[in-house]
Write a protein that binds this ligand. Structure first.
Ligand code: CMC
Length: 428
């Protein structure tokens, strides 16, 4: 293959370098095209645009492959832990036993948050969505640790911000739920592991401690691993672009949380359950809802189906579907919406509309069913996604800084009015 691509405009040829990744992905480097020709490229939604070179996550959507730092997601989901995967994503290699113990110790020591966070929490009405509360609490970290916003940051100071964020995120996430429930918050218990501590802060009551069930903690840990990174998706790109202005880690991650909230991204896990409940309440007529999803005059889409990058099975969805069966059996939970979900999947995979468009179940299709079985309420599903995605966002932010990437600033093609003369209101 030639090392250059040629673009011919008005008979003039421009040569643009071809970039090859370690998994043989190819890109045409157009970064100098405008300075040479005055022409930009147009790609709404960045469907065909690589925004960076990244060494964190490899994804082949045609085959259905997902690797973190070279390790297949299937191996990590089966054998690793969320803490270990967080270390892998952020620092680039799996930790030794000593490194893992130090990392675990550090992330455990910082779980407590300043008491004044409770005053901030008090200011929210109980109608607040936990995602809005979570992003606000994360951005408030800037106020409690003002040095973290300094532009001149040493690697040690940045690492401390990272550790603080990893440690405090479960506390904020659980507190956003307590706010919703109108219950007093629980303080972290540093004798517990990451997932058990989170579940304790979510569910313990002043009158009753929470019994840790290893089936529940293991399932939660696996879900967090599966959500930990997904290369340049909407929220990761948001984190990188906000961070490219040299905004702080906390500000960048808070922006990522808001990007994740939308129903086309992480909010889909909540939307899937709402959809499955509606189908159930409607008498379980799956075909009717399939027809709605295919009708171009109906805005309804099959939530949890389709993906910008996967044109084959999302490998995470395969793992989650199997885990959903295992967890529900182990916990003795029977959830009728699992059957509706399976029926919907079966019909969609055989329907020409979905087959032609290569629409498969994505990570969000079955995750909500497990969360429900674990006792996690629907409005917390996207918060769970954020908890899992945190190490990925941090890794993306770090990499963007390490690469000294320029401020993110796309161009546009202007289609508005051309220059015209202003008249005061009295003359219009
Ligand atoms: N139901 C019905 N039709 C769909 C769906 C769906 N869920 N997804 C895509 N299509 C159709 C779409 O109408 C279009 O048809 P046509 O070519 O006739 O216009 C075609 O498939 C291509 O869709 P697109 O919207 O151009 O694809 P996209 O890459 O811009 O969007 C997506 C990807 C995930 C936003 C979209 O598939 C979707 O809205 N899915 C439902 C929401 C969802 O489950 N989101 C979670 C994504 S995975 C978690 C994450 O990483 O955030």
């Amino acid at each position: 293959m030639s090392e250059y691509a040629q673009i011919i405009v008005d008979g003039k040829t421009y040569e643009l370098p071809i970039i090859r990744g370690t998994e043989n992905e190819l890109a045409i480097d157009i970064s100098k095209l405008r300075s040479q020709s005055g022409i930009i490229t147009l790609d709404p939604g960045f469907k065909n645009t690589g925004s960076t070179k990244s060494a964190i996550t490899f994804l082949d959507g045609e085959i259905g492959i997902l690797n973190y730092r070279g390790y297949p997601i299937e191996q990590l989901a089966d054998h690793s832990t969320f803490t270990e995967v967080s270390y892998l994503l952020i620092y680039g290699e799996l930790p030794t036993a000593v490194e893992l113990a130090a990392f675990q110790n550090a992330t455990t020591q910082h779980t407590l948050v300043h008491e004044d966070f409770k005053t901030i929490l008090d200011g929210f009405p109980s109608t607040s969505h936990p995602m809005g509360v979570l992003s606000s609490l994360v951005t408030a970290l800037n106020a409690f640790y003002p040095k973290s916003t300094n532009l001149d940051k040493s690697p040690e100071a940045i690492n401390l911000s990272i550790i603080r964020l990893l440690a405090k995120m479960p506390t904020f996430a659980a507190w956003s739920y307590k706010k919703k429930m109108g219950q007093p918050v629980n303080y972290p218990n540093n004798n517990l592991d990451y997932c058990s501590n989170f579940l304790h802060m979510m569910f313990a009551l002043p009158t009753m401690s929470y019994d840790i069930n290893p089936v529940v903690t293991k399932a939660l840990d696996k879900l967090l691993i599966l959500h930990a990174d997904h290369e340049q998706n909407c929220s990761a790109s948001t984190v990188r672009i906000v961070g490219s202005s040299q905004a702080s880690l906390y500000a960048s991650i808070s922006a990522g949380i808001n990007a994740l909230w939308g129903p086309l991204h992480g909010g889909a896990n909540q939307a899937v359950i709402d959809m499955l409940e509606s189908i159930k309440a409607d008498g379980g007529n799956i075909q009717k809802w399939m027809d709605k999803a295919k009708d171009k005059n109906d805005p309804f889409r099959l939530m949890g189906f389709g993906h910008r990058v996967y044109k084959n099975f999302d490998p995470r969805a395969k793992i989650i579907k199997k885990a959903a069966d295992e967890v529900l059996t182990a916990l003795g939970v029977q959830d009728p919406i699992l059957d509706i979900a399976k029926g919907l999947e079966e019909k969609a995979l055989a329907d020409p509309y979905f087959v032609e468009r290569k629409l498969y179940p994505n990570v969000d299709f079955y995750s909500g069913i497990i969360y429900r079985a674990l006792g996690i309420p629907t409005e917390m599903f996207t918060v769970m996604f954020a908890l899992g995605r945190l190490p990925g966002w941090i890794a993306q932010w770090q990499e963007m800084r390490g690469n000294q990437e320029p401020i993110g600033r796309p161009r546009q093609i202007y289609t508005g009015k051309t220059k015209r003369v202003y008249f005061p209101c009295s003359q219009r």
